[in-house]
Write a protein that binds this ligand. Structure first.
Ligand code: 3H9
Length: 689
């Protein structure tokens, strides 16, 4: 017996329990005793049935991801699943929490699966750039049908116990104590005496597959994969399950898995998995968290409303404050409408909508914020306006309440200093739409108290956000780097590229869209207003805005949008404007290739990231990757800008930056010392604070 696997008996039913906190991952130290225990029970004539269960908060949540990339230690998961299938007595997986990845594959090796009501089951390997490599692609379709399996495996999204029951993945869902139910179920299967073939021999559902419909669905998924290999491999593996004999399909799955696990994309996605969890850890683990029961939001515009919804979705009562009744009602109506849309789409039940709406309290009186434990300001981006808001807030908020600003650029130290309690002030920079976007930059000001910071970081995870702590500077991590990425955009156009060429270089790289399409979507007037406020200009963008071309909302921007369409079409007028401006400025035009576009946009992005690390604005390089993957659409298969720098070759990046610096003299191209060091050592370690 080991510390990680124990066997107990309930009469003739053996209960095998895995205990490997926190998520019962199938590490080598679990696999080995598990294999031994199952072998012994298979051969023990006094045992009539086996229940496989887990201690702690969850069933097995997968293979141990930290073991990937290292030599495989036997027995592998596949051997354990194969062993389970040789057992000639009923085996029952008792699932609570999450049965994910290798965990669900282990359960698929059992003859039966039972679950408690709250359990969730899925094969999320695709999110790590992988496919299920323990037989999941071959066994799941045999239980739920190929179409359902394809959806589950390519999306990686787990399903509820009830849905799993309806689909045929679990045999019973218990409201009572799970283990009691599972043992009773196992005994009933023994008494029943009916045959119980292993999943590998259950081919009826596969025979129903409409292969051409399957292929059409797989082709649609391939189009959406945006350069990621794993979704395509997942679809191929499920197809193999339909068209090949079991053992051949299993062997093909293994080959696909080995290829993916050794590839850069999976390495990048695994890096992001751990980076997200690391980013959420705040130094000073032991500080006591402040209690947050009610949240106040100042400003019921798009941003304030979205933030309010994010908290209501997390179950928090929210006080929403506006300056006047009309603006307040408009904000509340928008929230109601958004929830109604979700109900219409089927992503929210009517009951949940009612429940969430019941959490909102509207007000136009600051005094109503007195019972809030956290207040987030989401008003107009102007220092003077913010200071007035914080002055009023300071007067009414209860002692110890956390006061947050949702500013995207402004100096949080200055805002904090305008109150009598700077230790309670920090930034919470949400991304729009705030109820959807996962990233939350938590801005630590000079005097922010550690417990306020830790409280907000923990709270962020409770409302489904991915928090990253950043320091104070103009634009923090994300927007500051975005501005470095965009510095060369207009220069590229003036020197000969078209908006379409630049955007294509971006989408070929894996971004969901390029900077010009993005600008048209967000509205070009936003940047115009910001530039004017800061006394800056942009030759072409300013002219476009002067002509009322604000992007999609006006039907014209960098592109032309025909009668309300969202499809960008190249606009000869823009092309001519660029040509004329270049001539006016005496800039010679030439062919510009995709490589140059990447060098002049993404290398400065990495370079600015290195500066941010140097200055301690971000604590770890991986935090920067988390910001970019979750807030700005950096392709996850490349792991974020700082990870990608390693893939691309930091020495090459330094060399090309030097080239462009020599040519243009522009400061964004001057290699940061931290980047040079990374090029020499291959590590970002030792950076920051
Ligand atoms: C797989 O199974 C491949 C097979 O098909 C084939 C094999 C041949 N391994 O997320 P949390 C750690 S691929 C190692 O904060 P939550 C995590 O790093 C796997 N470690 O908790 C963290 O550590 P720390 C398929 C893991 O309650 C701690 O556990 N499975 C693993 O918010 C707590 O995690 C998946 O992709 C792991 N598999 O969420 C599931 N999982 O405290 C991945 C977690 O030191 N896991 N850790 O920072 C999850 O989605 C979530 O962790 C889960 C719990 C929903 C389970």
């Amino acid at each position: 017996m080991s510390n990680f696997v124990s066997v107990t008996r309930d009469n003739s039913v053996a209960v095998v329990a895995i205990d490997n906190p926190p998520v019962n991952a199938l590490s080598f130290h679990v696999r080995q005793p598990l294999f031994e225990a199952l072998t012994a029970l298979r051969d023990d004539a006094s045992v009539t049935a086996i229940v496989l269960a887990c201690a702690g908060r969850t069933f097995v949540a997968g293979a141990d991801i930290t073991e990937f990339g290292k030599p495989v230690q036997q027995p592998e998961l596949r051997a354990i699943v194969a062993l389970l299938e040789t057992i000639a007595k009923p085996t029952v997986a008792a699932i609570h929490g999450t049965a994910l990845g290798g965990g669900l594959e282990l359960a698929l090796g059992c003859h039966f699966r039972v679950a408690d009501q709250a359990a969730r089951l899925g094969l999320p390997e695709v999110k790590l750039g992988l496919l299920p490599g323990g037989g999941g692609t071959v066994r799941l379709p045999r239980l739920v049908g190929a179409a359902k399996a394809l959806g589950m495996i390519v999306s990686g999204t787990p399903i509820s116990a009830d849905e799993a029951k309806a689909a045929g993945l679990v045999d019973a869902v218990f409201e009572e104590d799970l283990l009691t139910g599972a043992i009773r179920f196992a005994s009933e299967m023994v008494a029943d005496g009916r045959p119980f073939p292993p999943v590998r021999d259950r081919n009826e559902r596969l025979a129903e597959t409409d292969l051409s419909a399957f292929d059409a669905k797989a082709a649609e998924l391939a189009r959406k994969a945006r350069g990621l290999e794993a979704p395509l491999a997942c679809a191929q593996a499920v197809r193999n399950a339909i068209t090949l004999p079991f053992d051949e399909a299993l062997a093909a799955e293994r080959q696909l898995f080995l290829k993916l696990v050794a590839g850069d994309q999976s390495r990048a996605q695994r890096h992001l998995f751990f980076a997200e969890r690391e980013a959420a850890k705040i130094q000073g683990k032991d500080v006591t968290r402040r209690k947050i029961a009610r949240v106040g939001i100042i400003g019921a515009g798009t941003m304030g409303g979205g933030i309010a919804m994010a908290f209501a979705n997390g179950g928090f009562p929210v006080t929403l404050l506006e300056t006047g009744e009309e603006a307040l009602q408009r904000g509340l109506a928008m929230i109601e409408k958004n929830y109604a849309v979700s109900v219409g789409r089927g992503s929210l039940t009517e009951e949940a909508r009612q429940q969430r709406l019941g959490l909102f309290k509207g007000s136009t009186d600051y005094a109503d914020l007195a019972d809030c434990d956290l207040v987030i300001e989401a008003v107009f981006e102007d220092m003077a306006v913010k200071k007035v808001v914080f002055g009023k807030l300071d007067a009414v908020a209860r002692p110890g309440a956390i006061l947050a600003t949702n500013t995207s650029y402004l100096d949080v130290d200055e805002i904090a200093a305008s109150t009598s309690r700077p230790q309670d002030v920090l930034g919470m920079h949400f991304f729009s739409p705030a109820n959807v976007m996962k990233l939350l930059e938590i801005v630590r000001a000079d005097r922010t108290a550690p417990d306020a910071l830790a409280t907000v970081a923990e709270l962020a995870r409770r409302i489904g956000k991915v928090p990253v702590v950043v320091g104070v500077c103009h634009g923090f991590v994300g927007n500051r780097m975005l501005s470095a990425r965009g510095t060369e955009n207009e220069a590229l156009l003036l020197e000969g590229a078209t908006p379409g060429q630049v955007d294509k270089a971006f989408t070929d790289f894996g971004w969901p869209m390029g900077p010009f399409q993005m600008g048209d979507l967000a509205g070009l007037d936003i940047g115009w207003r910001n530039r004017k406020a800061r006394g800056q200009t942009a030759v072409i963008a300013d002219t476009l805005c002067g002509q009322g071309r604000f992007g999609q909302k006006t039907g014209r921007g960098w592109y032309r949008y025909e009668s309300g369409s969202r499809e960008p079409a190249p606009d000869p007028e823009v092309k001519e404007l660029i040509r004329a401006k270049a001539a006016e400025l005496g800039i010679a035009r030439r062919e510009i290739g995709a490589d140059e576009i990447i060098e002049r946009t993404l290398y400065p992005l990495v370079n600015e990231g290195a500066r941010i690390l140097e200055e301690g604005i971000a604590v770890r390089a991986s935090d920067i990757d988390v910001v970019w993957a979750n807030g700005y659409g950096f392709p996850i298969g490349k792991g974020g800008p700082m990870f990608w720098a390693g893939l691309e070759g930091a020495a090459k990046i330094v060399e090309r930056l030097e080239h462009w610096h020599r040519l243009t003299g522009r400061v964004i191209f001057e290699p940061a010392p931290m980047l040079r060091r990374f090029a020499e050592t291959g590590s970002w370690e030792g950076a920051g604070g």
